[in-house]
Design a protein around this ligand. Sequence first.
Ligand SMILES: Cc1cc2nc3c(=O)[nH]c(=O)nc-3n(C[C@H](O)[C@H](O)[C@H](O)COP(=O)(O)OP(=O)(O)OC[C@H]3O[C@@H](n4cnc5c(N)ncnc54)[C@H](O)[C@@H]3O)c2cc1C
Length: 356
Amino acid sequence: MSSPHRLLIVGGGLTGSTTAYLLRKMFAKDILAITVWEKSRGAGGRMNTYRSEINSLATVDLGAQYISVSSADYAQSHERFYQELLTAKVLAPFKGIIEGEREAKTKSGFSNFVAPSGINAVVKYFLNLSESNVSYSTHCSTVNCCEKRGQAGQMVWQVIDQHDNITEFDSVIVTIPVPQLLQLQGSIQAFLQNESKSLQNVEYSSRFAVGYFFDHEAVINVPWTCKYATGNPNIAFVSVDSRKRCGTDPVDVGPSLLVHSTKSFCLQHWDTDKSIIKTMLMSHVKEIIPDLPVPIGSRCIRWRYSQVVRGVDGAPGCCVLSASPLLIACGDAFTHSNFDGSLKSAETVAKAFRLS
Ligand SMILES: Cc1cc2nc3c(=O)[nH]c(=O)nc-3n(C[C@H](O)[C@H](O)[C@H](O)COP(=O)(O)OP(=O)(O)OC[C@H]3O[C@@H](n4cnc5c(N)ncnc54)[C@H](O)[C@@H]3O)c2cc1C
């Protein structure tokens, strides 16, 4: 029996997990062996959920907040994904009040979904079903095109991690933000060259996210669940995260609060220590919620690549950098920054994927 085609997916975020899921639906394990390398300790990427070190039942979404069905096209073409996630109870309809939402989004036809156990559950769901071999804390540093060991003339990818371990794959799909893709070492650089103008034009916004945890008796006394702080120079968005995910305030676990800084605050304080950022953003939140209790824990993330401001020209979904051996670049920069954008990118990859 011939051995399965060996595919590496670089990145365990939403694009990586949905790509693995879609390919697994197309190919059984004895035909296609999928490996995922993720540099962090867990799955999610920008669909990040942080678990409190003080109380493991308390969590906060630090990246994506909710999934909005954002256009009639997507509502139709991605309906089966929404239905599957709702049936599996990974997603639930959002029931709260969003203050200051852009007018276009408040019009009828838009629905928001939340992940009750944290937004990274969406990524974990697809990854589990993909039956991939997932390696966390594995940072892809170099991608080289070489002859397959012992088989002259047959080309494969030799991929090197941060510990200089070399692994051979028949195909590679890279789902990481474009600036990180451009930093990969090895002969991948020659393949990136052809697309360099379009890739180098890609721009992301940056922002800080801080999650604050409160004592189980604490009450966050605001009439809204989430609030866009329109016009505020420091804070873009605040969410009573526990209320957002569960519809009500939790009984035994204290509430959690999420704060996204504005892009300008982030630019101004990029090099500031995260512990200072937490204090600064807390004082700005208190201007919005004056009687906010004192948090008992917090977590700050500096999102260098938050959302795509300028994507790859023409939003092609993915880019086939090499047809044989197959090398594909994809992710939200090849569509747009949200759930549907990542899913659309994964669907485009699944269409382009060929077993050599
Ligand atoms: C603050 C914020 C708010 C957002 N709000 C929303 C929202 O409300 N709704 C919505 O739908 N979307 C939202 N988004 C956008 C959404 O999160 C992204 O579009 C989506 O998660 C992108 O997924 P991805 O897999 O393409 O990229 P990523 O999630 O960035 O995944 C890439 C993965 O690759 C890993 N990686 C990077 N380099 C390497 C390497 N060399 N080797 C191995 N692994 C590597 C990273 O650790 C990461 O896990 C938000 C994003 C942010 C940051």
